[in-house]
Ligand binder design. Structure first.
Ligand code: TLP
Length: 354
C-alpha cells in the first residue's frame, strides 16, 4: 500500500497536465535568455507579485541565497527570525558563501518579529558595527505553525524599513497559501517588500523550481549571482511548463489542504497525549507535541510507519504534519483514526505488559 506521506508538501508529484506540458514545451537556452516558456513563467510571476521582473531558480534555498546576496555586500547585517527557514535550514549559506552577518531575533508564535525589537536592533553608523541592510520575513511561516503574516504587519515592517533605508526580502515559499488563507490578492502581501521568493515545488506540485521577483536591476544582479552559484540553466522551459500549470490551475485548490488541516487538527486536539492549539492552524501545516505517559517519540513514529503513515519529527517530541494535493479527506480520516488507535493501544499494551 502506498504510504500516506504527510512529511511535507514537497512530496507532491507533478500532475498529468504538468507532465504533458513539460513534454511539449517550446524551449531555448535560458543562459542566453532565449527560452520562451521560461520567459512566460517569469512574466506571469512578476505580474502576480506586482514586481517589475522575475527569475526562475532551481530551489527555494537558492532563491533566498541569491536574494540576500543581491541586496547585501560582504560584512552587511541581515535581521531575521530565530524560527525562519533561512536561519534554521539553509546551511548558513548567507554567511558561508556571502560573508553576510545574520542578526537573529525571536519570532513570535505567529511568525512575526516584534517591531520594537527590529527597530532597536538596527545598527547606527559606528566604526565597530556592521551595517544593517536587510530584513527577512517569511510568509507563511513554516516553523511558526505555517502562520500567514497579514498585510497590516507587512505594512508596519515596510514603514520601519523605509524610515531606516533598509530593504525587505520575503521568503514566500508558501506565499500562495498565505494569500488563500487570508483571502487576499498575492500583491497585497508583496507590495511592501523589495524582493520575494516563492516555490512552485511545494503545495503547487511542480517537480522543481522557485521564482525570485523584484525590481529590474535587482533581478539583473540576481541573474548574475544565480550564474555564479551554478544556477544558470539551459532548456529550463521544460521545468517552467510545469510551473505555468501550477500557477494557472493549482492555486485555488490550496484551500482544500487548509480545510483538511483544520479538520485533522480538530480531531487531534481531542486525543489524550497530544498537545495542540487548533486555533494556530491556519494553512496546510500542523505542529503538535506528543505528551503521552507510555509512548515515546520513536515508538509513536514507528507505530505510524507500520500502518503506512509518515509524519516528521522536527524537534524532540514535536511533530509536523503537512497536508497537500495527494492527501484526500478520506485519508485524513484514516490518519486521525490511526493516530488515535496508536495512542490508545500503546497505553493498553503497556498496561498489559505490567
Ligand atoms: N522547506 C522544507 C524543508 O526544508 C523543511 C519543508 O519540507 O517544509 N523557505 C521555506 C519557508 C521552506 O519551507 C523551504 C523548504 C524553503 C524555503 C527551501 O525550499 P527548497 O527546499 O526548494 O530549497
Amino acid at each position: 500500500m502506498k504510504p500516506i506521506d504527510l512529511r511535507s508538501d514537497t512530496l507532491t508529484q507533478p500532475t498529468q497536465a504538468m507532465r504533458e506540458a513539460m513534454a511539449s514545451a517550446e524551449v531555448g537556452d535560458d543562459v542566453f535568455e532565449e527560452d520562451p516558456t521560461l520567459k512566460k513563467l517569469e512574466t506571469m510571476a512578476a505580474n502576480k507579485t506586482g514586481k517589475e521582473s522575475a527569475l526562475f531558480v532551481p530551489s527555494g534555498t537558492m532563491g533566498n541565497l541569491i536574494s540576500v546576496l543581491s541586496h547585501c555586500q560582504r560584512g552587511d547585517e541581515v535581521i531575521l527570525g530565530d524560527r525562519s527557514h533561512i536561519f534554521l535550514h539553509e546551511v548558513g549559506g548567507m554567511s558561508a558563501l556571502g560573508g553576510v552577518h545574520p542578526r537573529i531575533l525571536p519570532n513570535n508564535k505567529d511568525g512575526t518579529i516584534p517591531l520594537p525589537l527590529i527597530e532597536s536592533s538596527i545598527r547606527h553608523e559606528d566604526i565597530h558595527s556592521p551595517s544593517t541592510r536587510l530584513i527577512c520575513l517569511e510568509n507563511t511561516h513554516n516553523f511558526c505553525q505555517g502562520s500567514p503574516l497579514n498585510p497590516e504587519y507587512m505594512d508596519s515592517v515596510g514603514d520601519l524599513a523605509a524610515k531606516y533605508g533598509l530593504k525587505i526580502h520575503l521568503d514566500g515559499a508558501r506565499l500562495f497559501n498565505a494569500a488563500i488563507a487570508l483571502d487576499l490578492d498575492v500583491k497585497t502581501l508583496t507590495q511592501r517588500v523589495d524582493s520575494v521568493m516563492f516555490c512552485l515545488s511545494k503545495g503547487l506540485s511542480a517537480p522543481v523550481g522557485s521564482i525570485v521577483c523584484g525590481e529590474r536591476d535587482f533581478i539583473q544582479r540576481a541573474r548574475k549571482i544565480r550564474k555564479m552559484v551554478g544556477g544558470g540553466m539551459r532548456q529550463a522551459g521544460h521545468l517552467a511548463a510545469a510551473g505555468l500549470v501550477a500557477l494557472e490551475s493549482l492555486v485555488e485548490r490550496l484551500k482544500d489542504d487548509h480545510m483538511n488541516a483544520r479538520f485533522l487538527a480538530e480531531q487531534l486536539t481531542t486525543f489524550e497525549g497530544i498537545e495542540l492549539d487548533q486555533t494556530s492552524v491556519k494553512t496546510n501545516i500542523i505542529f503538535f507535541k506528543l505528551n503521552h505517559p507510555q509512548i515515546d517519540e520513536s515508538k509513536f513514529l514507528s507505530s505510524l510507519e507500520a500502518k503506512s503513515i509518515k509524519i516528521l519529527m522536527t524537534d524532540p517530541g514535536i511533530f509536523r504534519i503537512v497536508l497537500h494535493r495527494e492527501i484526500s479527506r478520506e485519508q485524513v480520516k484514516i490518519v486521525a483514526e490511526t493516530i488515535q488507535s496508536v495512542l490508545i493501544n500503546g497505553q493498553c499494551s503497556t498496561m498489559n505488559d505490567k
